[in-house]
Write a protein that binds this ligand. Structure first.
Ligand SMILES: Cc1ncc(COP(=O)(O)O)c(C=O)c1O
Length: 379
C-alpha cells in the first residue's frame, strides 16, 4: 500500500514537542474556567421558560438565512428588546460572537480606511481584520496615547479614509479593562469609529449589566458586540450600531447572509436571559462580591497581581508549566484550564481562573490553598 505523506501529523508532533497540543476534555470538577458568570446556563427559570416556548410551538430551527425564510418574529423581538435594553440605535443578532466580530470587521471598514486594534483583541476580531480590505495596525495593549499618536501620524501622512479603533471593554485573557472614555474621546476628535467587544462585560458590568460601554452605546460612531454565550448563559452575538451600519451589515456581511439564522428558540432564550438579569440584579452583586473575594485571596495568599475582575489570570510563563499546574488543579477537583500561545502572547502561558456563581467562597478558598501548594512544589 502506498503510504501518503501528510504534513498535518508532523505539525501535530511539533505542537506536542512544544507542549502546545490541545485535546478536548469534558468539564470535570468545579467550574473555575467557564464564562457562565451569572450561572444562567443551567438556570431552572430559563429552562422553564424555554419548555413553555417549545410547547407553544417556537421553532428549534430557523430553516434558512435571515435574508430568506430564516428570519423569524423571535429575531425581531430580541433585536428590538436588546436595542432598548442596551441603548443601541439598532441591534442585529448573529449566530455567535465569533461570526459577529468577523462580520463587523470584514464588512464595515473599507479600502483606504485604517484599523487600529489593541494587540490583545480576540481571535475573532483579528480574523475579521485579516479579511478586511482596510489597512491595519496593532497598538500596544491599553495604550490610548499610542492609538492617538498613530492616528495623528496616519492623517499627517495623507491617510484619507476612515479610522477604526478596535478594542475589548474587558479583556478575555487578562481580565483588565480598556480606557474607554479616552478612546471614545479620541474617536470623536479624529472622526474614527470605535468598535467595542463587550463579550466579558455584558450582563456583569455597567448599569443594569449593560456593559462597560453603556454610556457610549447609541452613538453614531460606536459599534458594540454583546455576546450571549457568556454571562447571558445562552448563545449568539448582538451587534449594536446605527441603523445605517446595521443595514450595511444586512446587505454585505457574509457571516450574516450566508449562514442559517440562529434558531428562534435561541433568540427567545437570549430575550429571557435579558429579562432575568434585569429582574435579578442580586446575581450581579453576588458575582462582584465573589470576584472581589477571589482577587483578595489570590493576591494575599499567592502574592500575585490580580485583575480585580471576574477573570483572573495567573501568569506562569512557560507552556509546560501552565499545563502541569492546571492538571494538578484538575486532579484536585478544580476545573481550571491552561491558556497557551497563540491564544496569548509567547512566554505568557497562564491559568485563566474565572469566577462564576457556580462556585462559592469556600471552594475559592480551597482552590487558592491548593494552588499555593502546587506553586510551592514547582519552585
Ligand atoms: C472577547 C471575545 N470576543 C468574541 C468572542 C466570540 O464569541 P462567541 O463565543 O459567542 O462566538 C469571545 C469568546 O470566546 C471573546 O472572548
Amino acid at each position: 500500500m502506498i503510504k501518503l505523506s501528510h504534513p498535518h501529523g508532523d505539525k501535530l508532533d511539533v505542537l506536542a514537542s512544544r507542549g502546545r497540543l490541545r485535546r478536548l476534555s469534558l468539564p470535570n470538577g468545579v467550574d473555575l474556567s467557564s464564562n457562565d458568570y451569572l450561572g444562567l446556563a443551567r438556570s431552572p427559570e430559563l429552562a422553564a421558560r424555554l419548555i413553555e416556548a417549545l410547547q407553544r410551538g417556537v421553532a428549534t430551527g430557523s430553516g434558512g438565512s435571515r435574508l430568506l425564510r430564516g428570519h423569524h418574529e423571535e429575531h425581531e423581538e430580541l433585536e428590538a428588546e436588546a436595542a432598548r435594553f442596551f441603548g443601541a440605535q439598532r441591534m442585529l443578532y448573529f449566530g455567535g460572537g465569533y461570526s459577529a466580530n468577523l462580520a463587523i470587521l470584514s464588512t464595515l471598514p473599507q479600502a483606504g480606511d485604517l484599523i487600529l486594534y489593541d494587540a490583545l483583541v480576540h481571535a475573532s476580531a483579528y480574523d475579521g481584520i485579516r479579511a478586511s480590505r482596510a489597512d491595519a495596525l496593532s497598538i500596544p495593549h491599553n495604550d490610548a496615547h499610542a492609538f492617538e499618536a498613530t492616528l495623528k501620524s496616519w492623517r499627517q501622512g495623507g491617510g484619507k479614509g476612515c479610522p477604526w479603533i478596535v478594542v475589548e471593554s474587558l479583556y478575555s485573557m487578562d481580565g483588565d479593562v480598556a480606557p474607554l472614555a479616552d478612546l471614545a474621546e479620541i474617536a470623536e476628535r479624529y472622526g474614527a469609529f470605535l468598535v467595542i467587544d463587550e463579550a466579558h462585560a455584558t450582563g456583569v458590568h455597567g448599569p443594569n449589566g449593560r456593559g462597560l460601554a453603556a454610556t457610549f452605546e447609541g452613538r453614531e460612531d460606536v459599534i458594540t458586540l454583546h455576546t450571549c454565550g457568556k454571562a447571558l448563559g445562552a448563545f449568539g452575538g448582538l451587534v449594536g450600531a446605527s441603523r445605517l451600519m446595521c443595514d450595511f451589515l444586512i446587505n454585505r456581511a457574509r457571516p450574516f447572509i450566508y449562514a442559517t439564522a440562529p434558531p428562534p428558540l435561541q433568540a427567545l432564550a437570549v430575550r429571557e436571559a435579558l429579562a432575568l438579569i434585569q429582574a435579578e440584579p442580586q446575581r450581579r452583586k453576588a458575582l462582584q462580591d465573589l470576584a472581589a473575594f477571589a482577587n483578595n485571596k489570590i493576591g494575599e495568599r499567592l502574592g500575585l497581581p490580580t485583575s480585580g475582575t471576574q477573570i483572573i489570570p495567573v501568569l506562569l510563563g512557560e507552556d509546560g508549566k501552565a499545563v502541569r499546574v492546571a492538571e494538578k488543579l484538575q486532579a484536585a477537583g478544580f476545573d481550571i484550564r491552561a491558556i497557551r500561545p497563540p491564544t496569548v502572547p509567547a512566554r505568557t502561558a497562564r491559568l485563566r481562573i474565572t469566577i462564576t456563581l457556580n462556585v462559592d467562597q469556600e471552594i475559592i478558598e480551597r482552590m487558592v490553598d491548593q494552588l499555593a501548594r502546587i506553586l510551592e512544589d514547582e519552585r
